[in-house]
Design a binder for this molecule. Structure first.
Ligand code: MG
Ligand code: MG
Length: 258
């Protein structure tokens, strides 16, 4: 059952999403060759607490950390560890927070130093997929139109779209109805209505769409070990169209000063 939100609830959700946006901004400031996932995780935990919020992932389904950190061929759900990042890596950082009783959940794939042009392209296209998905999130469309738009753009570039993991409704719980796949058929699925709040999160692989899971029970990686990118925003449908509750402004501001 989809839980539609009032404008007041959407405003509370924006504040929760902004905790995550600001936390990812802190990550952007410090991520460089030599830094480890555990260091990033600690910074994220402390920043979320400083903002008067609670980490959204820590303990959720028994996840052990504040951040999901998935470098290179890892798609999502990577567990932070003490292996330093290297020049040329890409690192997908997914973060959740709870404020005002609502969840925020978003993700960004960072470049560590100089990355190969074909990897840069994967990141650019995945971010474009996110924007295109948000654009398709409007009254008059259905959930399938979001996935179709994302799939169409990714496949134009020959990329693989992960099928097993999808975007989702978000609110007082992290994962609510509806599921929001990154693939789909036009005109299919639930109608999009005002008050819908969803996390849109394309997970796009440079090669095969196939994925594997590591024995840790969490980490998802690509079937061919080629890189994967992940960008995620929380959006709400207001006056017929999607508005972003989260923002990459803090990240982009930090990256521009590097
Ligand atoms: Mg997420
Ligand atoms: Mg999500």
């Amino acid at each position: 059952m989809i839980i539609y939100k009032t404008e007041e609830e959407i405003e509370l959700m924006r504040q929760a999403a902004l905790v995550v946006s600001k936390t990812l901004g802190e990550i952007a400031k410090i991520l460089k060759p030599g830094v480890t996932g555990l260091e990033l995780d600690k910074v994220a935990y402390e920043h979320i607490k400083d903002l008067g919020a609670e980490p959204g992932f820590l303990g959720l389904y028994d996840f052990p950390n504040t951040l999901c950190i998935s470098p290179n061929a890892q798609v999502v759900h990577g567990i932070p560890n003490d292996k330093p990042y290297q020049e040329g890596d890409i690192v997908s950082v997914d973060c959740g927070a709870i404020l005002n009783g609502f969840y925020g959940d978003h993700a960004y794939t960072f470049e560590v130093g100089e990355v190969k042009p074909e990897v840069k392209k994967l990141l650019e296209v995945t971010k474009e997929c996110l924007d295109i998905g948000i654009e398709a999130t409007r009254v008059g469309n259905r959930i399938g139109d979001i996935g179709w738009a994302i799939q169409n753009h990714a496949e134009k570039h020959g990329y693989g779209i992960v099928r097993e993991l999808v975007g989702h409704g978000i609110g007082k719980t992290m994962h609510e109805d509806p599921q929001v796949p990154n693939y789909g058929k036009r005109g299919r699925g639930k109608k999009i209505k005002n008050g819908l709040t969803i996390a849109i999160e394309p997970m796009i692989n440079m090669g095969t769409e196939k994925i594997n899971q590591l024995p840790d029970g969490w980490t998802i990686l690509t079937g061919d070990n080629k890189p994967s990118a992940h960008f995620e925003h929380d959006v709400a449908v207001v006056d017929g169209k999607a508005i972003k509750l989260s923002t990459f402004d803090y990240i982009e501001d930090a990256l521009s000063k590097k």
